[in-house]
Write a protein that binds this ligand. Sequence first.
Ligand code: ADP
Ligand code: MG
Length: 411
Amino acid sequence: MRLEESRAVFTVPNRFFAEWIAERYSALLGEALNLETGRSLDAAFEVSPYQAQAKSAVIQPSSPKAPPAGINLNSTYTFDSFVVGPCNELAHAACMAVADAPGGQYNPLMIFGGSGLGKTHLVSAVANHLVSREPAYQVHYTSSEAYSNELIQAVRFDGIQSFRDKYRRVDGLIIEDIQFLSGRERTQEEFFHTFDALFQAGRQIVLTSDKLPRDIPGLASRLRTRFEWGLLADLQTPDTETKLAILQRKASDKGVVINRQVASYLANQPESSIRVLEGYLNRLVAVSRLRGAEVSLELARQVLGPLASENLVGVEDVLRVVATHFGVRPADIKSSRKSRDISRPRQVTMYLARRLTNASFPEIGQALGGKDHSTVVKGVQRVEKLMAQDPELADTLRVVENAVRQLKQGD
Ligand code: ADP
Ligand code: MG
């Protein structure tokens, strides 16, 4: 509610909330306040009867006059703030084309891809672009869940006609996460009519989904075929270079500088969701501010090591896969035998361990039967050099690398 000299005042609906929050979160709130304001403030709580009323009002059926439930468009998700790489280039180009010529040849446009790969960012960029270019252009941005809830609400209160009018009047419609239409027959029925009305009037429709239409269970076939009429563009998992560029971009948007080592440590996490990587970055920045410490590689390892290690492969995993692939025993790789048929898989293990795990050179050496730091460095360099000369080896290594990654995903 307000900041006073030495405290920040929050309003809560009753005393129970005040005590509950104060007991559990005072310290955390204090830290967060300090981080935001640079001052040392205590969190204080006031009971507001108004809030108490508002709370109970939520339990009542919502009033027929409630504004349509959409979802919020994030104005910072623009084409400008989107980093283009091989993994998202097609989807990016498709969205740009639609933003420039809505209702044109790519209708509907469907962006699909796994969670955290940038679907929402891209389609929001389309909406933001359309509105900024032509303020009278009416683009409605919502999700299939919100659409469905709104429909239920309309059936109960507002009347279905005003719902239909509203949706058929828009110039552009963006619906997120249409995989949630799965099994909702009434919503699908209505959406079919919305879709056709807009499509026939040449209005742009943009959809996102984490599955291909044909893989959405319980999706009516007439919708499926319509979703496939236009352009389907997918978002692939990002490669390390793109992850690196995105992380650097996000850091600079936040006004923090991260050096190349830290950025590359983050980008080399096996995690492919940009959302999760951004979470790592946020956490790192928050801890560095709290401690007044620089964002260094050591800090990154300290803060993220335990988080990241859950999905991270270990040297042992790499060892196992490489040994199998080259038809040798893990014990051979750990031995000090120097023959080529053993030393090559050993070098490959070092190289992949460096690429795929969190382990330092000495740690890798340790796990491989006590090799020293410089042996590991040389092994890694050797493989890098060989790969540059020998595309076949490079291919083999990609296969082995994927096998290691899959091993972890299957866990
Ligand atoms: P999705 O909707 O596919 O689950 P989001 O669009 O919400 O994913 O993306 C998750 C986060 O990653 C967002 O903060 C978004 O800005 C960011 N992001 C994803 N891809 C990119 C990119 N290519 N450039 C910049 N930021 C990106
Ligand atoms: Mg999304």
